[in-house]
Design a protein around this ligand. Sequence first.
Ligand SMILES: Nc1nc2c(ncn2[C@@H]2O[C@H](COP(=O)(O)OP(=O)(O)OP(=O)(O)O)[C@@H](O)[C@H]2O)c(=O)[nH]1
Ligand SMILES: [Mg+2]
Length: 371
Amino acid sequence: MEPTKKKGFFKGLIDRFGNSTPATKETAEPAENIQNIPDAQNVTQEEPSDNQIITAPPEAPIEPTAKPGFFERLKQGLQKTKDGLIGRIDALVLGKKEIDADTLEELEEILITSDMGVKTTVELIRTLEQRLGRNELKDGEALRNALKEEILQRLTSHHSELDVNNRQPFVLLVIGVNGVGKTTTIGKLASRFSTSGKKVLLAAADTFRAAASEQLVVWGNRSGVDVIRHKEGADPSAVVFDACKAAVARDVDILIIDTAGRMHTKANLMAEMKKIRRVISREIPGAPHETLLVVDAATGQNAVSQARLFKEAAGVTGIALTKLDGTAKGGIVVAVSHEFALPVRYIGVGESIDDLRDFNPQEFTDALFQA
Ligand SMILES: Nc1nc2c(ncn2[C@@H]2O[C@H](COP(=O)(O)OP(=O)(O)OP(=O)(O)O)[C@@H](O)[C@H]2O)c(=O)[nH]1
Ligand SMILES: [Mg+2]
């Protein structure tokens, strides 16, 4: 695999995806169709056998490099929230020589309407009232700084990065309702892990939706990662069983499991998740090591209800919050993390590979509050 070829391949990807306009794309409609996915035409149309392992072509992996302006891209990805949430806060507080109860009341409304969540907002406002009482909030600038500090402190208290190095194979189970960005997030993670030298295997346990496994195969091909899949309609737990066996036999570092976002009923979906977990833990004791819930930031309070539902039923240990680029209500990051005491592991601020970011509370609050 000579480096020039890899570079060309990667450049091709950047050209294709980097120039798309994900930041403005409305993402409320789930991608139900493989035709929406770039490169879909390259997927083999062969029917998989009962137990098929798709081996990726050798020219990958691709390299998401830390390009200059990485922080700028985060800021761009958060632009809608910056304009909405922070823009409104600035209009309220900047230039104010004195802060009073009315100001805090108006701030409360801004936070609530930016999906910061009622519980988190009430708590934030109460804390700011106390600081006001202690004469710490002399003017608008001080209030803005205090708010940033309090938000950062809440994000930091639940934060921990996902460490995939302490188990082998590390099993990452990815769950969430349909269309939130599970498969895309897995594709981005597969690329990133394999670029960092990890041996990655993907499992297409979404056997419910037509073309779901092909979509995963497209992502696998992009990063030179194999995919275990069965026929559409097969038992997802059987895919997971095979994938666990293969992960152990092949000495894989990270097994990432894609699951269905929709079943005939919600109860079915939860029962399926439980069954999948049982199979994983039987095959690889202690696994899954991470159950990552993917939620779509643009769905606002629905994201919060999903976090509640899946946390109770499916043992969620971390959150990936996608499509932050498409919403002005980025306050949802604080709500989801704080109300469920769950770490936000990743945020998605666009559709290209570099747009899945490790969530870093300091970087996130800086990007939001910096002009
Ligand atoms: N703008 C933007 N779009 C995203 C992001 N993450 C995912 N998407 C898009 O969201 C759509 C749905 O993504 P999928 O990965 O197919 O979602 P899924 O959860 O696997 O969906 P199901 O398999 O139907 O359950 C696709 O068009 C993605 O490109 C993001 O961070 N920003
Ligand atoms: Mg999917």
